[in-house]
Design a protein around this ligand. Structure first.
Ligand code: SF4
Ligand code: SF4
Length: 508
């Protein structure tokens, strides 16, 4: 999967599409398998990225071996009756609805009737203090955004600059289960209830085998495994696998208003997963990229065929939009690679406003440019429609160190590399359509980003014009493989993470 963050408008349509289909049930009220956070912010559940609190993911020891940070046999036994690393309802939020009936049933009176928030747990009126998109917009309020764990990577000056209104920058971060290659949730489950499907890599929880240990909730560093208090089982995103098997995109992707989401086949070398997950911090992204295979390479095709991969899946890998963004153009990065689960949802980082930054004393520039704001290092940003529109990615309002903390385990060069490509494509298109950029600037920018005019055209097409079938390349399901999976897991109903379906409870 690839999510292009420059395109997300934070409309939450994806979250609602998922909620309506999968988590509109008793015990799942608080669950948002798809949620959209505003960054900077603490997210949902609050501060999920802080593994000092939640003990999720893997850690690497001095010998280069990886271990589950907060789960595993010994730690699991120690925490069997009380697990202090589990998020509480306060960390998620107390699910609530509104007393809408009061709007039409309230007796006549002097005041306008209101719909007060009511807890979905107790049925009592509550004072709402937290929600799944509590940090929404405006960089979050300082109370919440200042607690963003990624700020630890910023200098005090950069941190303060992000809270000044005229220099503010924020972006949306839609999140679902990453269907990781090295999933900590699978490794932590004492019952063996969680598995990664062979034919498409979707990570599922067998509802009949789950014994409610909730080790997966602790172990998932993205907090994308949830406990259902009504059924007594854990649940998670199933990537709408019934839709995928029928050749459709998952509901969150299908409904995405910004068309930011891409889904496709990526072939990988499973024998190198452990080495990639155990890489040095500075090499995590490149080692994960290394195990993603070129679907046009004859050796790869032969090996895939020998391993029983159908021709239609290999063809889908060759047409895959995700392979292009992730490996061919190297424009995407995984979220928090330092958690070492090898997430398979990659993000094109947001370019955000990167406008020319020239000093105030530059008389020549001042005469033709209109100053609009200052950057964190006290240089002026100018609004212009000429070549000076673009500054360098290092001067972006969102500090590189912040994005690197999110997407590259602190490697600012990796983020700058991706942003330079985004900027080069914009400059190329400006040259091509508006014509107020010189050919020399266009050529040098493309070269510096490692792109050609052809690749810039291809990137532009997939970013801005791509139709449904370009964005979602889902190979047809192979019935024989589906039957194998059912036999493997024992029975039909409830065996494939699907047994929790029941009528939604409307309650209040
Ligand atoms: S993101 Fe999904 S696959 Fe990865 S560890 Fe969490 S629940 Fe498991
Ligand atoms: S539907 Fe698409 S554009 Fe809207 S919030 Fe979700 S990911 Fe972003």
């Amino acid at each position: 999967m690839v999510f292009h963050l420059d395109k997300c408008i934070g409309c939450h349509t994806c979250s609602i599409a998922c909620k309506n289909i999968w988590t509109d049930r008793k015990g799942a009220e608080y669950q948002w398998w798809n949620n959209v956070e505003t960054k900077p912010g603490t997210g949902y559940p609050s501060k999920w990225e802080d593994q000092d609190i939640y003990k999720g993911g893997w850690r690497r020891d001095d010998a280069g071996r990886i271990h589950l940070r907060g789960a595993g046999k010994a730690k699991g036994l120690l925490n069997i009756f009380h697990n202090p690393s589990l998020p509480t309802v306060e960390d998620y939020y107390e699910p609530f609805t509104y007393n809408y009936l009061n709007l039409i049933e309230a007796p006549a009176g002097d005041d306008q009737p209101t719909a007060r928030p009511v807890s979905l747990i107790t049925g009592e009126p509550i004072d709402v203090k937290m929600g799944p998109n509590w940090d929404d917009d405006l960089s979050g309020t300082p109370d919440y955004a200042r607690n963003d764990p990624n700020f630890a990577a910023l200098s005090p000056a950069e941190r303060e600059a992000m809270f000044q209104l005229e220099r503010m920058a924020f972006f949306y971060l839609p999140r679902i289960c990453n269907h990781c290659l090295n999933p900590a949730c699978v490794a932590s489950c004492p019952s063996g209830a969680i598995y990664k499907r062979g034919e498409d890599g979707i990570v599922l929880i067998n509802q009949k085998v789950c014994r409610a240990w909730r080790m997966c909730v602790t172990a998932c560093p993205y907090k994308k495994s949830y406990y259902n208090w009504h059924s007594g089982k854990s649940e998670k995103c199933i990537l709408c696998y019934p839709r995928i098997e029928a050749g459709y995109a998952p509901a969150c992707m299908h409904s995405c208003v910004g068309r930011i989401r891409y889904l496709g086949v990526v072939l990988y070398d499973a024998d190198r997963i452990q080495a990639a997950a155990s890489a040095e911090p500075g090499e995590l992204v490149d080692r994960q990229l290394d195990i993603l295979m070129d679907p046009f390479d004859d050796t790869v095709i032969a090996a895939a065929t020998a391993n029983g991969i159908p021709d239609s899946t290999i063809k889908a890998a060759q047409d895959s939009p995700t392979y292009k963004f992730i490996k061919q153009w190297r424009m995407a990065l995984p979220l928090h690679p330092e958690f070492r689960t090898l997430p398979m949802l990659w993000y094109v980082p947001p370019l955000l406003p990167v406008m020319a930054s020239v000093t105030q004393t530059d008389g020549a520039q001042e005469s033709k440019l209109h100053p609009v704001a200052k950057t964190w290092d006290d240089t002026w940003l100018y609004d212009t429609s000429t070549e000076e529109l673009w500054g360098s990615v290092e001067q972006a309002r969102m500090p590189l160190a912040y994005l690197a903390s999110l997407f590259s385990a602190g490697d600012t060069a990796a983020v700058a590399d991706r942003l330079r490509k985004l900027m080069a494509v914009r400059i190329y298109r400006r040259w091509k359509t508006v014509g107020d950029v010189s050919e020399a600037k266009m050529t040098s920018t493309l070269q510096a980003a490692g792109l050609t005019e052809q690749s810039a055209d291809d990137i532009f097409y997939l970013t801005a014009l791509a139709k449904f079938n370009d964005r979602f390349v889902v190979p047809p399901a192979h019935r024989e493989q589906a039957m194998e999976m059912i036999e493997f897991t024992g029975d039909v109903k409830g065996s494939t993470g699907f047994g929790f379906r029941e009528q939604p409870e409307r309650g209040l």
